[in-house]
Design a protein around this ligand. Sequence first.
Ligand code: ADP
Length: 664
Amino acid sequence: MDLNTHSDLAGEILRESRAGLWRVETDLATGQGRLYADEVMDELLGTPAGASPEERFAFHIGHVHPEDAALFRDYAANLAENRSEIVYRYLHPAAGEMYVRCCGKRLPGGPGVLATGGIHQDISDVIPLERDGQTEQWLAEVNSNLRQEQVRQENYYRELLDVQNCGLMAYTLPGHRVIHMNAEALRMYGLPDIDEAQRRLNEIVSKIQYPDQDVVEKLKALRTQSDSTVDYECIINPGEEHECHALAQTRVFQTPSGDRAVVTTFIDISTTVTLKNALERAEAGSRAKTSFLFSMSHDLRTPMNAVIGCAELMERHWAERDRAYAYLQKIKESSGFLLSLINNVLEMARIESGKEMLRETQWDVRELNETLCTIMETGIQNKQLEFHTTTNIQHTKVICDAMKVREIIINLLSNAVKYTPVGGSITMELEELPCDREGYALYRTSVIDTGIGISPEYQPHLFDSFTRERRADEGNVVGTGLGLSIVKAFVDVMGGTIDVESEMGKGSKFTVILPHKLAREEAAPATQDEKAEYLVVLAGKRILLVEDNELNAEIASTILEDAGLTTEVAADGAIALAMLKQAAPGYYDLILMDIQMPHMDGYQTTRAIRALPDPRAQTPIIAMTANAFEEDRAAALAAGMNDHVAKPIEVPKLMRAMARVLRG
Ligand code: ADP
């Protein structure tokens, strides 16, 4: 390469300014440098005649003043990326030490070659200072000023990148050296600075998730292509505190130093994604609600139609006693189903709102068998099913939520009855398993039937709410598809497990394993004739029934009067308060209080009663309400009521509660 091609005039000017031209080519594969020079440059270097570019390169490096060698190396390295300038000392083989101003920049090079070039000027004679300590200081100042100017420029470009609201990250492909990461990229990655980015680069990049699987292949392909880009969506730090959804564009380019580098720009779309997800959830929720309403309205309508239809038929055939009685039985049956449906829905709502809690009391595990035998009796009689139970337990007294345990088993047994054809058999096995938890016992209850079985496809959905298999061989079995989801939820709250084995046409086996705390004391003996006892306590008592619904008031009064009580009805809270104030203390023995009423609700009325200045303030009050949740019970007690009974009224429960409150 000949650098002596400039015009005579230019050559003259350069010579007079003692400025030579140079070009360095570095082979990127081997790192070998070649220095090309014009005549002036060769003179200034004192290059031996006939030196090859490689020899000239080595000769020049070998003659840089040892004290400025480090400075020169920095400059040379920097040239690859930025236009740079330096003043350094050169040891000319003939003329001795000279001061050289060298400035250069990157030039276009061929493939695999990094080319730089510039001017090398002898400025020894323009330096007014002697060769003493001051010269070195001057040299240091000149170079430091040159460097500061360069740093200012670099900072300016970095700041320009930092004020962008898109992230930018660039790193070299071999070596993964971070070239730059702007402020937005650091924020999106949750990184404090570029040093930390460098330390964790591989970890961060390997964790990025791509919703579109093809992107990974496309990004890999970029390594071997230039001038192409990949646009994609990605999740940075998935599942972590700094999770960030981004729209990104990546391209691979060649750095001035010849490295291949990946540069990616990102736009943070996390807020959009959050909103999109929230919208999808809301839509799914709304779809679930609609399907819930559809199934509810269908499931409620079926028994409701039976009640209305039978009531009408009963009215029409009122005179035919037996027929009317049969319709009455059907009405009772359907309304019983309706009530259990409503209870199940409430139960599900409570479970789903996370409000389900255990009400643990002392209980004898053997009661499970006794109660269930009576419960199953009718079903078994109607279908001529055989029913077997086996019990093998050591500990009988436990502390648990017996209501829920019973409900689990009742659900499993009623399913067994429902889905087992006439003549089949049902077995319930109760056994105690070895338990290594101190103070606990483990019970396994299996309900085995010889019924229609459950298809393998449906088994995974068995415990989902509102799902039913709906097979032709189920016949006209009614159900809500809620039973097993409630069972599963109860088993979960109690820390137990439930499993099913089933074969189509052969039968099913549901196995529940529950841990129960062992009771320390013996349970108090059950009351022999509780009913007789509460009738004695209640006999002749006067009840103030506060109820705004006329029909409910009539039903309640009839039940109470049948049990030997006197009742007076108040149509709302304000009327009740007025009646109580007018009556002598002790006139009313007990108040049954509805909660939702116009004018003055049950809570307000109770608080007003409790605030009366005389013994009437102490009149026992029992809430009687359709608000059947545990929180409603707590709210009633908090308002000053003595107890809470859920509607629809179950007579023995109401009587028991009244007797308990009156006994004090
Ligand atoms: P359902 O009120 O419909 O009985 P469940 O949640 O109790 O609701 O049961 C869901 C479905 O599981 C039932 O509709 C039925 O298809 C199936 N199933 C439950 N128990 C049995 C069983 N013992 N034998 C056959 N199928 C059963």
